[in-house]
Design a protein around this ligand. Structure first.
Ligand SMILES: *Cc1c(COP(=O)(O)O)cnc(C)c1O
Length: 371
């Protein structure tokens, strides 16, 4: 049996006609940049994340970049974030000449540990950027409280977590700005790159919109320097179709996660730990990835590969020890929990179209490999 980590063809098969119709509509309109599909998607994603405003952008990376630009982050500023994330989280900070300042993760949730946050704040700190890794919210209450006390903005890197909730509120709506990615492997994935910024602040929304088109307002008049961060109509039209199915897909992922949780409960295999949990709210985790923790990770991954099962290491090298950040002065050992997670975690297939016999096969093989 073959079980890929993600099977986008299986998803496409269920929505082919709707998607082709949407693409056809855009082709007939010959309106490719921004426009009504983008505006409609912005409204819908904003509503889905309990925000007043959505601004469609060219990628999740650009969502983070334009969010920092909207807050005027520049050379000499410091932005606090986690070293256990996708590269873009820290990359955008460095690209603006600002300094990424890392804070280690909570080993249970893999997200920024609020208990370590305050000691990283300096007079140069401007923003705290928690990541909702794998689809589960960071522990936002203490993060927001510390940010408020120090007059810092919070930008949520929600690239992996659309639809996830923290204590009954949708992520993306709790900080000043929330950033989503529509990279194809995210839960709401386009047919290419795309992203969205959400906010409840009208002035920030306006600034984000202008920054998205080179800082131009009115057209050809520039009060500040922006970029080309536009979402295109084809992506928006496809994402409008897919957003209608997102709840169903999320439920499918949660069902699969529940089956893994149960199967691994009485073993040495570490399963996802909720940062908060309410029996009345199933949205605390949307499982963009289902990540287990095991001591002999590399061996298990190799054995799964032999058995035809896809898996992935997110992420093998924490950001503070990436070569490009050597000038930041960090060294191995600085963030032990991130470094340990990088050695011990493994993402298993969790996509909603996974057949029951495929899931059973993954469970059986993982248990065998970990025995
Ligand atoms: C995917 C991702 C990004 C970047 O999104 P792109 O759309 O690929 O540019 C940023 N942060 C995190 C945590 C991500 O997972």
């Amino acid at each position: 049996m073959q079980v890929p980590l993600l099977d986008l063809k299986a998803q496409y098969a269920t929505i082919r006609d709707e998607v082709r119709q949407a693409i056809d509509d855009v082709c007939e309109s010959q309106h490719f940049i921004l426009g009504p599909h983008v505006e409609n998607l912005e409204k819908q994603v904003a509503a889905y994340s309990q925000c007043a405003y959505g601004i469609g952008v060219s990628s999740g990376t650009d969502a983070l970049l334009v969010a920092l630009m909207a807050l005027d982050i520049k050379t000499g500023d410091e932005v606090i974030t986690t070293p256990y994330s996708f590269f873009a989280t820290a990359g955008v900070i460095a690209r603006l000449g600002a300094k990424p300042v890392f804070v280690d993760i909570d080993p249970k949730t893999y997200n920024l540990n609020p208990a370590l946050l305050e000691r990283a704040i300096t007079p140069r700190t401007r923003v705290i950027m928690p990541v909702h890794l794998f689809g589960q919210s960071a522990d936002l209450d203490p993060i927001l409280e510390i940010a408020k006390r120090h007059h810092l903005a919070v930008i949520e890197d929600a690239a992996q977590a659309i639809g996830s909730e923290y204590k009954g509120k949708r992520i993306g709506s709790l900080g000043a700005i929330g950033c989503f990615s529509f990279f194809p492997s995210k839960n709401l994935g386009g047919f290419g790159d795309g992203g969205m910024v959400v906010t409840n602040d009208a002035a920030l929304a306006e600034r984000l919109r202008v920054l998205r088109v080179h800082g131009s307002k009115p057209k050809y008049y520039h009060n500040f320097v922006g970029g080309n961060f536009r979402l295109d109509a084809l992506q928006a039209a496809i994402l409008e179709v897919k957003l209608k199915h997102l709840e169903t897909w999320t439920i499918g992922r949660q069902r699969n996660a529940g089956l893994y949780d149960q199967a691994f409960a009485s073993s040495k295999i570490g399963t996802p730990v909720p940062v908060w949990k309410s029996t009345s709210d199933r949205h605390y985790h949307i499982y963009n990835q289902y990540v287990i923790r095991i001591a002999n990770r590399d061996k298990v991954q190799a054995a799964l590969k032999t058995a035809g099962i896809g898996s992935e290491v997110y992420y093998p090298v924490p950001l503070h020890i990436q070569k490009c950040f050597i000038n930041l002065g960090y060294k191995p050992g600085d963030f032990p929990e991130s470094e340990r997670a990088a050695l011990e975690t493994l993402a298993l297939p969790i996509y909603p179209e996974l057949a029951p016999e495929q899931l059973s096969y993954v469970i059986q093989k993982v248990k065998e490999c970990c025995a």
